[in-house]
Write a protein that binds this ligand. Structure first.
Ligand SMILES: Cc1cc2nc3c(=O)[nH]c(=O)nc-3n(C[C@H](O)[C@H](O)[C@H](O)COP(=O)(O)OP(=O)(O)OC[C@H]3O[C@@H](n4cnc5c(N)ncnc54)[C@H](O)[C@@H]3O)c2cc1C
Length: 326
């Protein structure tokens, strides 16, 4: 269908789209009057993954399944999607704010010579143009931007846009376009799988527990993990904790880490530097625990506890256990 809104699928690398795609597809459907389509580049797409995309609102799925597409390499993906864009002329190309989509959609926009709005927190049609709202200056201001010409390319911040109710049993309509997958400039030399923590993925999590330098050492993150396990939260960290080697960089929240918008952010031993706030200030409810009553994080917190986290975290964990009957 011409002038559809395309949604580039972020998957779990095991054949299933991530749940953030429910948000991206719902927004694309809302803006385009139901003309949302998914574009999935992968080495394998599981049938239930395809069904899920249809149930989340993809009227059509452009599926390019090829072993050369994984692991992701921008120089391989960009010409493939640019070729599809030339043939199908979508009006917009949307993705989620993930490290892969952030890089890919910027590269695609540069290749197509069109604009790219990153980390969008609002989208609206203004007549026949799309207007995006995105934070600038580490979240201190919101800017509204429009594109000089289509396709309008943007990444959407997870947990901001409302997913549609899934339509159970909706069959996917799949198109397998004939494309040439080029050789990449880089080859995979070694693959290291991170051991899963069993907790939700940070950028998609509805609840986030985060720790900073106040934790005093890597061994103390275990108290945050216990709390997180009780309430089903992801665990994040400040850059001070990451730079100290207490947590891997993928757990860092902030300007040079992940941007999150959970329903609940619980920050422990984090001062609230502007670069940290840039990554979490759009959280719906912010709770901060710090022993310094002057800590800047209290300025943006909805609730604050002035206290020692080593007393507060175990007490909170016990209270949540009682509340949740665990
Ligand atoms: C270019 C640039 C990019 C950056 N990007 C990021 C980023 O992406 N993310 C990020 O987080 N930072 C980033 N930073 C770093 C940022 O400026 C801060 O240095 C960092 O966020 C501080 O981390 P923190 O709050 O854990 O540590 P601190 O600022 O040292 O704060 C520790 C807090 O713990 C409290 N505390 C100590 N003990 C306890 C206790 N027992 N109980 C309760 N509270 C306690 C203290 O009162 C203090 O407020 C960036 C900086 C620059 C220059």
């Amino acid at each position: 269908m011409p002038n559809a809104f395309w949604c580039v699928v972020e998957d779990d690398r095991a054949g299933h789209p991530k749940k953030v795609m429910a948000e991206v597809l719902a927004e694309a459907a809302r803006l385009s009057g139901g003309r949302a389509e998914a574009v999935w580049l992968t080495d394998r797409a599981e049938p239930d993954g395809l069904r899920r995309l249809a149930e989340w609102g993809a009227g059509k799925i452009w599926l390019v399944e090829h072993p050369g597409l994984a692991p992701y390499r921008g120089e391989v993906w960009a010409p493939v999607v640019a070729g599809l864009v030339a043939a199908q002329a979508p009006r917009a190309i949307l993705g989620a704010v993930t490290s892969r989509q952030r890089e890919f959609l910027a590269r695609l926009a540069a290749r197509l010579g069109v604009g790219f709005a990153a980390d969008v927190v609002g989208l609206a049609m203004d007549g026949d143009r799309l207007v995006a709202t995105r934070p600038v200056y580490a979240g201190k201001l919101l800017a509204r931007v429009a594109w000089a010409r289509p396709p309008w390319i943007a990444t959407l911040r997870p947990n901001v846009f409302k997913p549609a109710d899934p339509v159970a049993g909706r069959e996917p309509q799949i198109e397998r376009p004939t494309v040439t997958v080029p050789d990449g400039a880089l080859r995979l030399a070694e693959r290291r799988e991170e051991v899963s923590t069993g907790l939700p993925e940070l950028s998609e999590a509805e609840l986030v527990v985060s720790g900073g330098r106040g934790l005093k050492g890597p061994e103390n993150f275990v108290i945050l993990e216990r709390l997180a396990a009780v309430i089903g939260a992801a665990v994040g960290a400040s850059r001070a904790a990451v730079d100290a080697g207490w947590r891997p960089h993928r757990f860092q929240i902030g300007q040079t880490g992940r941007t999150i918008s959970p329903k609940l952010y619980l920050g422990f031993g984090i001062s609230g530097a502007i670069q940290h706030l840039a990554g979490m200030r759009t959280s719906k409810l912010i709770v901060a625990v710090n022993k310094d009553p002057e800590a800047p994080i209290f300025k943006i917190a909805d609730y604050g506890i002035v206290g020692d986290l080593f007393e507060v975290v175990p007490a909170l964990t016990e209270e949540f256990k009682k509340l949740l009957g665990k």
